[in-house]
Design a protein around this ligand. Structure first.
Ligand SMILES: Cc1cc2nc3c(=O)[nH]c(=O)nc-3n(C[C@H](O)[C@H](O)[C@H](O)COP(=O)(O)OP(=O)(O)OC[C@H]3O[C@@H](n4cnc5c(N)ncnc54)[C@H](O)[C@@H]3O)c2cc1C
Length: 387
C-alpha cells in the first residue's frame, strides 16, 4: 500500500472532491494525492443551487433550471427575470458520481472511504504525518476540509438553518418554469424566516423552510414550520415525501476559536470549506465559490506545490455583507421588508451579479441605494466600532 503522497485532502465532500477533480484533470502531471473520507457510501444528501450561464462549472450537469423566480411577503411580490444566468439545481448524487469517476480515472489519486483520523496531523521535518483507522500516511501538504464544530464558530453573525423535503404529488401541482426563492414568514423578532419552493416538474418540488437567526435552529425546531408549509401546498391532495434535508450554514464566521495550532499555520497546511470562508456571508451560497477555489488551488499546486485557501472577499463586499448581516441580527423583524426592497428596486442583472460575487461598482451602489439609509448608516457605525 502506498503511504507517501504529495498532498493529502482530509474530507472528500464538495470541496475535497472538487479539488480532486481539478487535480485528476492534470493527467500525468497530477500530484500523488490521497483523499480521506469517513463516509462509506455517497448518497443524494443535498441539492446545490446557483445562478449561472452555460459556461458556469457544472451548469451542464444541473437537473433543472429556472429563468425566473419570485420573492414575496404577505403584501407584495417581486418576479425576477434571471434568463441571462438561470437559477440551476444540481443533485449531489450527480456531482458525486462525476467526481468519483474523474478521481478513479487517474492513478495518481487515491480516494479512501470509511477512514477516520485517530490523531491530528503532525509536522515532522517538513512532512505531514497522519494516523488513521486505515493506516499511517505522510505528505508534503494538507488541504483540510473538515467542518469546524459550531462551538468554535461563536463569532458567527447569523446562522442559516433549514429543513426541507422533496415532495411528489399524483396530480399536477406546480409551475416548473418559476422558482419561489423566498416567501416570507410573518415578521418576528426571533428570526427572518421564509419558504423556498423549487418545482422540478408539475408534480415534484423541493420545499424548504429557512431561518436566518443569531442562534442555531435544529431539525426538531423547524419541523412544524416545514409541515405547515407542506400542508398549505398540498391543500388536502395526496403526496409522497421522497427525501429530507437539513442544513446549517454560518453567515459571517468571524475568527474561529482555537483552530490554528502552530503546525497548522505552516504554509503547507490550508483549511477550506463551508466553515473556512467558502460561504458568501450575506447569502450562504458556497458551491460556485468552492469551484473557483478548487481551480485556484490546482493552479497554485502546479506553480509551487503548495495549496491555497479561499481568497478573502474584496473590502467592499466584506463591509456590505457585515453591515447587512448586522442589521438582520439586531432587527430580524425588518428582514422581509429589506429583502422585498432589494428584489423589487434593484434590476435583476445587477442583483444576481451582486449575489453571485460578480458585482461591479454600479451594482453595489444600486444595492446600497435600495435600502433605508438611516438604518444602514447606524449599522455601518456599529460594524466599524466592533473592529
Ligand atoms: C443541505 C445543504 C444544502 C446546501 N445547498 C446549497 C446550495 O443550494 N447552494 C450553495 O451554494 N451552497 C449550498 N450549501 C452550502 C455548501 O455548498 C455545502 O455545504 C457544501 O457541501 C460545502 O462543501 P464542504 O466540502 O465544505 O463540506 P461537505 O460537502 O459537507 O464536505 C465535508 C466532508 O468532510 C468530511 N468529514 C467530516 N468530518 C470529518 C473528519 N473528522 N475527518 C475527515 N473527514 C470528515 C465529511 O464526511 C464530508 O465529506 C448547502 C449545504 C447543505 C448542508
Amino acid at each position: 500500500m502506498q503511504t507517501e503522497f504529495d498532498l493529502i485532502i482530509i474530507g472528500a465532500g464538495c470541496a475535497g472532491l472538487s479539488l480532486g477533480m481539478q487535480l485528476a484533470s492534470l493527467q500525468a502531471q497530477a500530484p500523488r494525492t490521497l483523499l480521506l473520507e469517513p463516509r462509506i457510501a455517497y448518497e443524494n444528501d443535498r441539492t446545490w443551487c446557483f445562478w449561472g450561464d452555460e459556461q458556469t462549472p457544472f451548469a451542464a450537469l444541473a437537473r433543472h433550471s429556472w429563468q425566473r423566480f419570485s420573492v414575496n411577503n404577505a403584501v407584495s411580490r417581486a418576479l425576477v427575470d434571471c434568463s441571462a444566468t438561470p437559477y440551476r439545481l444540481l443533485n449531489a448524487a450527480d456531482f458525486y458520481t462525476q467526481a468519483l469517476e474523474a478521481i478513479a480515472s487517474n492513478t495518481a489519486l487515491d480516494l479512501k472511504t470509511g477512514i477516520s483520523l485517530t490523531a491530528e496531523p503532525s509536522l515532522t521535518q517538513g512532512r505531514w504525518h497522519l494516523h488513521t483507522t486505515g493506516g499511517s500516511f505522510s505528505a508534503n501538504a494538507i488541504v483540510d476540509t473538515r467542518p469546524l464544530p459550531t462551538q468554535q464558530l461563536s463569532e458567527t453573525t447569523l446562522w442559516q438553518s433549514f429543513l426541507g423535503c422533496e415532495l411528489e404529488f399524483q396530480e399536477p401541482r406546480f409551475d416548473p418554469t418559476s422558482a419561489q426563492l423566498m416567501d416570507f414568514y410573518p415578521e418576528t423578532e426571533a428570526f427572518v424566516g421564509f419558504n423556498y419552493v423549487l418545482p422540478v416538474s408539475t408534480t415534484r418540488a423541493l420545499v424548504e423552510f429557512t431561518v436566518f437567526a443569531s442562534k442555531i435552529y435544529d431539525q426538531a425546531e423547524l419541523v412544524s414550520y416545514l409541515d405547515a408549509q407542506v400542508e398549505k401546498l398540498a391543500g388536502g391532495r395526496p403526496y409522497q415525501r421522497l427525501r429530507n434535508e437539513y442544513g446549517l450554514i454560518p453567515m459571517g464566521v468571524g475568527q474561529p476559536k482555537g483552530t490554528a495550532t502552530p503546525a497548522e499555520q505552516h504554509p503547507s497546511y490550508v483549511r477550506v470549506g463551508l466553515t473556512a470562508g467558502a460561504a458568501r456571508p450575506a447569502t450562504g451560497y458556497a458551491f460556485q465559490r468552492i469551484q473557483r477555489w478548487a481551480l485556484a488551488c490546482k493552479q497554485s499546486i502546479q506553480k509551487n506545490g503548495l495549496p491555497v485557501g479561499h481568497q478573502p472577499d474584496s473590502f467592499v463586499i466584506r463591509q456590505m455583507d457585515a453591515i447587512f448581516l448586522n442589521v438582520l441580527r439586531h432587527h430580524p423583524e425588518l428582514g422581509p421588508e429589506l429583502f422585498m426592497r432589494l428584489f423589487s428596486k434593484v434590476s435583476s442583472e445587477k442583483l444576481i451579479r451582486f449575489l453571485s460575487d460578480q458585482g461591479r461598482v454600479s451594482d453595489y451602489l444600486a444595492v446600497i441605494l435600495s435600502l433605508p439609509r438611516g438604518l444602514f448608516m447606524k449599522s455601518a457605525c456599529q460594524v466599524a466600532a466592533m473592529r
